[in-house]
Design a protein. Structure first.
Length: 325
């Protein structure tokens, strides 16, 4: 478990037994089939309100956290450089650990599993429509800034993956909820609306999130394919200072696409609990390219995918495959 000032971003996948955390996937899959929302259901942005003392105290805490990390040379925004070399073999190994393996066991909340559990490749097959919503505690200037950054990042993810990913104002299936301590009622209501059937344990996790957990993302799979994501919800705390909040956006949206785990060997990467990098790196862009490469299929195991991922990693690094596929 990460220390209190470290990022710990689970993904809940509601759909086969899968549980990950620490920038990972936490899951409880039960073949949940989301019901469609009425087309007439519109989200009305709440009027901003003054933050409570509890929210202000949390904001001060997170500012201290960010300052501490920056003082130690962490939360880098350069995407990696000469001091962080990686090879095709590194890339393939990190992809396998981040996409296929699970540090946490189902049914144990956020408790680590006794050993890493191998799963199957999960990602979106349909278009990803990213919609951003704000709680009443989020001031107008922050709403504008966050909206612009999330929209820009959605475009970047589309270019990297070659998948249909776009920001939308209506009809979202990937909901980014920027909320604070004072928005718990709004958060619970929206979760129940966009993920019908969400269980009380998941609602409580979101509503009573310890301050050591910076952000969360739920990825929901369809009823007919437990490895096909059809809906997602990311929680971003408004109390975070700008860099940590943007770091949450980068991590959560990428995790919600299928890069669900962490690896201590991944570098330069945001999929690592060491907080060295705040924003998506060159290494992470290649992981996303690999994840949405059409040669890889949903439901593949690590063993099935390994010859392909090795070849794809070598191609992305400008090397020829060692063996024909």
């Amino acid at each position: 478990m990460a220390a209190a000032w470290h990022r710990l971003w689970p993904v809940l996948a509601l759909g086969t037994a899968l549980l990950l955390a620490g920038c990972d996937e936490i899951g409880l899959k039960s073949s949940l089939s989301p019901q469609p929302r009425p087309a007439s259901l519109r989200v009305v942005p709440p009027t901003p309100v003054a933050p409570s003392a509890q929210s202000l105290d949390l904001a001060r805490y997170y500012h201290k956290v960010q300052n501490d990390l920056l003082t130690r040379g962490l939360l880098r925004t350069d995407g990696g450089g000469p001091d962080t070399p990686y090879s095709a073999d590194d890339l393939a190994r990190n992809f396998e650990k981040i996409v296929f393996y699970n540090e946490y066991s189902s049914g144990d909340g956020l408790s680590p599993a006794q050993r890493l559990q191998s799963g199957q490749l999960s990602r979106w097959s349909g278009p990803v429509r990213i919609g951003t919503e704000f709680g009443a505690s989020v001031p107008p200037d922050q709403r504008s800034r966050d909206q612009a950054q999330i929209d820009h990042y959605a475009g970047r993810l589309a270019r990297i993956t070659g998948h249909a990913i776009a920001p939308v104002r209506n009809g979202a299936n990937f909901h980014v909820l920027v909320v604070g301590e004072d928005d718990r009622d709004f958060l619970r209501r929206r979760l129940q609306q966009v993920i019908p059937g969400i269980g009380p344990a998941e609602l409580d996790l979101f509503s009573n999130l310890p301050r050591s957990y910076y952000c969360l993302v739920i990825a929901v799979s369809g009823a007919h394919n437990p490895n096909d994501y059809t809906r997602a919800v990311a929680l971003i705390r408004t109390e975070h200072p700008d860099l940590v909040r943007l770091s949450c956006v980068h991590e959560e949206l990428a995790q919600g696409l299928g890069l669900s785990n962490d690896s201590p060997y991944a570098r330069p990467s945001i999929f690592n609990d060491d907080d060295e990098f705040a924003l998506l790196t060159s290494h992470d862009e290649l992981l996303l390219k690999m994840l949405y490469d059409p040669r890889l299929k949903q439901g593949m195991t690590a063993d099935q995918a390994r010859p392909l991922t090795t070849a794809i990693a070598r191609e992305l690094m400008g090397q020829q495959p060692q063996d024909p596929i």
